[in-house]
Structure formats: C-alpha cells, structure tokens
Design a protein around this ligand. Sequence first.
Ligand code: FRU
Length: 483
Amino acid sequence: MNEKGKTLLAETLKREKEGALLAASDPYRLKFHLMPKAGWMNDPNGLCQFKGVYHVFYQYSPLDAKGGMKAWGHQTTRDFIHWEHEPAPLFPDRDFDRSGVYSGSAFIHDDRMYLFYTGNVKLDGDYDYINNGREANTILVESGDGHRFSDKELLMTRKDYPDDYTCHIRDPKVWEEDGRFYMIQGGRKTGDTGAALIFGSQDLRHWTFEKELKTDGYFGYMWECPDYFELDGEKVLSFSPQGLGSERYRFQNVYQSGHVVLQKSPVDFTEDDRVDESTFEEWDHGFDFYAPQTFLDEKGRRILIGWAGVPDADYDNEPTVERGWQHALTLPRVLHVKNGKMIQIPVEELEELRDEAFKINAGEKKRLDRETFEMAIRPETGKEFQTVFECGCEKIVIEYTKDCVFRLQISEEAGRGRKLREIRVDELRSLRIFMDTSLIEIYVNDGENVFTSRFYFPRRDRTVCVEGADRIKGWYLSEMEGN
Ligand code: FRU
C-alpha cells in the first residue's frame, strides 16, 4: 500500500473505532449478517476459501454511510460463526483506480490468491461518464497468505476492450477450463444494451478479449457483476442487469439479479450463440438484494453471497445511516439445481447459532423473547397461509393466497418505503425464516424462492402469529462472533 493508501487506512481504522462505540446502543446492528464496522457496504467481492479460511471482501466506503469512495473491506472465518475483521486491504490509492476500487473476485491457483478488480477512474471535465470521461481498468493483486497483498498490477485498459462498448465495463470474475484461464466482465454496449465480455489467458496476467455473451433482444442496458459456473451438470450464468421494466410478479426492484442456463460453456460460444433470456430467474424477490457472487469452497460447495441492499432504491435505511452505517450481506447460501430449479439453502454451519428452541401453535399469538430467531414452518397443503410479525403498530406479513400468490408486506414505518413484493408459486410446501434485528430472509419451498429485506421495527419486543400450518419450529439465534 502506498502513502495515500496508508493515510486512507488510518482514517478508516479511526472511523471503525468510532463505529464500535456507537454499536453498543444501536438497536439495528445485525447479529448474524455481515455488516460494515463503519460507513457503507455494497457488493461482496473476492469470495473464496483459501488454505481453510473463508475470505469475504466487499465494497466498502468506511468514511460515509451514504457511500462515496469505494475501497475493499475484508472479513474472514473458518466456520461462518466466528469472524475476524481484517484491515481494509485495497484503497483507491493509484492513478488507475483513483475514483474507486470497484468490484472483483478471487481466483485461487497454485497456493496463491489472485484478486482481480476494476479500477474506476472518472476524469475531471464535462463528460457523460457513459461514452466518455470514464476508465475501467482491470487490476490484479496477489497474496500468499490472504492477509498481505502485493502491489497492484494494471492488466487491461480501454485499448484491450472492444470498440463497440461504452466506458462501462467492470467486475471481473475468473475461472479455469481445460487448462486455460477465462475472465468474464459485465458491460454496456454502445446503443445501451447489456452484455458480458469473455477474455482468455494462459498466465492470469496477459488477457485477450475473445467473445461476448448477449441476448437476441434487449435485456437491460448494463450487466453488472457477471459470474459463470457449473452446478449439478448445468452451466449457469449469473448477472445483474439494469434497465428491465417491472412486472407484477417479476423485476419489482429497480435493478435485478438472476441466472440463466447456458447450452454450452462461454468458452464454446460462437458468433451465432445467444444467451436465452427466457430462462432468466431472479435470485431473490425481496426488496434488498443485488450483485451476488459465488465461489466453490474446499468441500466442493457452490456458495452464494449477495448484497442485502440495492442501489438507487426509492426506500431507505435512514435508521442505520443515523448510526453511521448502511447495508449488509446476505447469509451464505449453498446452491444446487434440483428438478431443473435453482435452490438456495443457508450453509449448515449456521445451525450452530441455534440456541434455545421455542414452541408455538398455529393461530396462537406468541410473544418472542428475543429479536433474532429462525423458524421452520410446514404449511397445511392447499390452504391459505399467513405469518404476521408485529411490533407495536408495525407489521411484517408473509402470506400465501388462494390464487397461489406468495407475498411479503411491510407496514409503513417499518418498511421505510418497502411495501409489497409478490410472486406466483404453484404450492406452498415449506418456509424457513431467518429474522435478524433489522433484516429478514425467507426461504420458500426448500430454497426455491428467497425474499431478503431490511425492516425497522420501532422497538425490540415482537410477536408472531402463524395461521394455516401443520408444524412450526423455532429457535432463538445467538450472535455471530466478531462481526
Ligand atoms: C454493483 C456495482 C458494480 C461496481 C460496484 C461499485 O452494485 O455497481 O458494478 O463494481 O457496484 O461499488
């Protein structure tokens, strides 16, 4: 890290200390979701397991809870329960990343960790920052231990990208296939269509543009944070398109994140091949989800973590901004494709958080002794279903209707603009609910659909009432350590 980086790190450490003081009196501080020590957090970055240790890097603006300068934050764990806050490793301290150390990924090779990211540069002047005035440099940093990082190496600049793209190219993710390395990046083509770019390399340092992945018709003006992986025999492309119109049961947030199934690996794509957008499924239907990334752990699990937030939303998180921080990451979720459906299940390690179990009968309004808990519910087959969490006059309502609509509704004050999210589901078979102080994750039908949302209850006490269920189990959850 150069002098500029060291100054930013010192300022960050100071803010983090101040943040720790505020934390004690903060009712919205999360107990089992990763959140920033101070300031703003967005996309998960550089997810990997390296020499036994899980590394979660993320977009981090430690100096301002409303965002601004983008650095990388860093937390590590061996078990998803005990976490260590590492010093922020990357700051915008070089000319080629001076306006932000943007998103990127980790690639583990020959016992080394390679971090690839986008160095964002906004030139001073009268520019539109789409077609001009912006640089998106591809940068590499290496590590032998996951804690000390090499100098930044500039790998690619504008001249390495195809001409028919705007300045918006970013978020590299790397994989290996048949002894060669490939990198996918998200982009906005001239004419405002989203696409992904594929680069190839023999040595992880010299990259050449090879091809692009695009749809036949318009499917958003920009694709952010692309990811490619094989899972249970399927070839999966994940990306976060911007610019899709909202529909009643789809695309209800301002920007989307989802996955499509590819007929062949991007490596084998020819000029004539297209991404079939009709297979696009959203990862999450809640109010707060965007820019997920996946990685393969040493047990062979494909794990996804998303940003439990969304940019440019018309709802807010003022209650945490007032306490000096904003946003969080989702629980780590193991992915599988089963019967042609993508399913997401929180890593089983989280069962260690289960403390005391609690009992509750259908139709009974129960006062909850703690704010953080997990519930597993088996709804009655073919019936209407409802779960209501209440705190004073505020409510979170989860329901399944006669006409097969699954809904999440949040009341006025608690939602801060978050009102209704709904999808169609043929039948409701199971629900698993993870309730943190100000974040809820709802897993529908064994993880076939997920809803992630922030909410702000005015007080700590809450009740729950479940109607239309055969079986309800609950566990109070203890706090992760070191978050
Ligand atoms: C997605 C994103 C990425 C970018 C980063 C900047 O949320 O816009 O495309 O690299 O955030 O923080």
